[in-house]
Design a binder for this molecule. Structure first.
Ligand code: ATP
Ligand code: MG
Length: 260
């Protein structure tokens, strides 16, 4: 099982879109996938076709020990992956967990139970470096960082990298940056191109070759509770996320061969 946290404390950069569509794309390639929605906004939950308003159990009840991981699991019919869903209550977890021992590793503990059941776990983090994101980063083997190719794309990246360094020194020695992903790319925009060039210069090997274009179909799909593959498979957005899944799988296969 490989656990990837999709994180960037900047809002609206494509974290949820990436988590949902990469999950469905990995399923397309035959992988067993679990999506964890760590954001009280519950966007990944709704985008997977699960109504966050009618949840008996959620990541919130899981983190505060009021449900087991198995009670909390749901399956997304539109994405064909499993899901630990989120709802607004999750916003209160931070306060509830104050004073609780090992509060930053509760998700990690919960996921350990499922280690043999999934190939990939994708965690959609909220736009903040708070206790919820920390739970995601402690549970993860690696972080995927979506970056919008716009002004200030790099702003905040230093904070995230410093947070990762601190986590690596203390709570999670194995954490690494899996890759940076360019999202909402507009090939006709000079700015998009300039920011992209800047990212290539700074992050060469950590940057995915795959670039996610700005594509209206990607923005429409969540309102139907569907990943793009179940909404418009022929769209540029769907093709880009399939390509990202392929790139990710190829990288991991190469790493495994190198280790063996
Ligand atoms: P938050 O920080 O609020 O959790 P986020 O980083 O998860 O946001 P998303 O919700 O994935 O970002 O995307 C922000 C908005 O941009 C959404 O309305 C989404 O539908 C839209 N969007 C994301 N990626 C694309 C894309 N490639 N093309 C067009 N629209 C996109
Ligand atoms: Mg989001």
């Amino acid at each position: 099982m490989r656990v990837l946290a999709v994180a960037n404390q900047k809002g609206g950069v494509g974290k949820t879109t990436t988590t949902v569509n990469l999950a469905a794309s990995l399923v397309h390639f035959g992988k067993r996938v679990l999506l964890v929605d760590l954001d009280p906004q519950g966007n990944a939950t709704m985008g997977s076709g699960i109504d966050k308003a009618h949840l008996k159990h959620s990541v919130y009840t899981l983190l505060i020990d009021e449900s087991t991981v198995r009670q909390t699991l749901q399956s997304s019919e539109t994405g064909k992956y499993d899901l630990l869903p989120a709802c607004r209550d999750l916003g209160g977890a931070e306060v509830e967990l104050v004073g609780v021992e090992h509060r930053e590793s509760r998700l990690k503990t919960a996921l350990a139970e499922l280690a043999t059941e999934y190939d990939y776990v994708l965690i959609d983090c909220p736009p903040a470096l708070n206790l919820l994101t920390l739970n995601g980063l402690v549970a993860a083997d690696a972080v995927m960082i979506p970056m919008q190719c716009e002004y200030y794309a790099l702003e905040g990246l230093t904070d995230l990298v410093n947070t990762l360094k601190r986590i690596k020194q203390s709570l999670n020695r194995k954490i690494e940056i899996e890759g940076l992903l360019r999202t909402m790319f507009d090939p006709r925009s000079t700015l998009s191109q300039q920011v992209s060039d800047q990212l290539v210069k700074h992050f060469t090997s950590k940057l995915y070759h795959t670039v996610i274009p700005r594509n209206i179909r990607l923005a429409e799909a969540p309102s139907y509770g569907r990943p793009i593959l179940a909404y418009d498979k022929a769209s540029k957005g769907a093709q880009a996320y399939l390509q990202l899944a392929e790139e990710l799988l190829a990288r991991h296969n190469a790493q495994e061969v190198a280790i063996a």
